[in-house]
Design a protein around this ligand. Sequence first.
Ligand code: ADP
Length: 232
Amino acid sequence: MTQAVVLFGSPGSGKGTQASLLKNCLKVPHISTGDMLREHIREGNALGVRVAATMHAGTLVRDEVVDQLVEARLAEADAQAGFILDGYPRTREQAEHLVGWLDSRGIRELVIHLIVDYNVIVTRLAGRRQCPRCGTLYNTLSNPSRVEGVCDLDGQALVVRDDDRESVIRQRLEEYESQSRPLIEFFREKGRHLVEIDASHETPEALLVQVCRTIGSLEAGGPCEPAVSAAE
Ligand code: ADP
C-alpha cells in the first residue's frame, strides 16, 4: 500500500519540520515544493529564473509549474511506497490535480492539517533561520542553533530566507488565507481523509508523536516509532 501523507497548514505551521521528522519514521521521501523550487533557483536553471521573482514576492508559482514538478517527483523510484507532501497542494486547481492523480492510482491519502495561532505563526516566521547548505531549519526563539547563527550539522552561517522578511511574510499569509485555506472545505466536500491537529504549542517531537499516532491508528500495526526518529 502506498502511504500518502499531505501536510497542510499555513506558512510557519511547522509542516517542513514535521515532514523531515516524519520521513525518518515512515521511510518515505519528504517532497517539499518550496524546497524543490528553491533548488532550481540555486542551480540558476530556466525554471529557477522563471520562479525567482514570484517566490521572493511571496506569491504563488503557477499551478502548471508545480503540478508538473510534483508529478515528476512522484514518478521517481523512492516515492513508490509512499511520500509526504509539504506545501502542495496550495490552490484548488492543484488539489484537483493531486486528487485526480491519486484516484487514478487507487491511492488513498491522509491530509493532516496543522492548526496554529496567527500570532504564533508571525513570531515563528520572523525568527526562522535556515542553513543554506543542508536546509536544516532553526528558530532564534524556539529552536536555536547551539552556536548563534551557525548550523549545528555543518558549521555553515545560517541565513534568513528572502521570503521571511516582514512584508513578504504578510503576503504569504494572505496567499494562504485566500488560496489555500479554502482547500480544507474542498477536502471535506470531496470526502477526503482529513485530520486536524493543534500545532500551536507542542514541541516538534511531541507533535510527531501525535502525527504518528494518527497515522498508526489508521493503519494496522502502526507505521512508525516516533521516540527513535525524533532523536535522530
Ligand atoms: P512556506 O510554507 O513557509 O510559505 P514554502 O517553502 O512551502 O514555505 O514555500 C515558499 C514559496 O514557494 C511560496 O511562497 C511560493 O512562492 C512557492 N511555492 C511553494 N509551494 C507552492 C505551491 N504548491 N504552489 C505555488 N507556489 C508554491
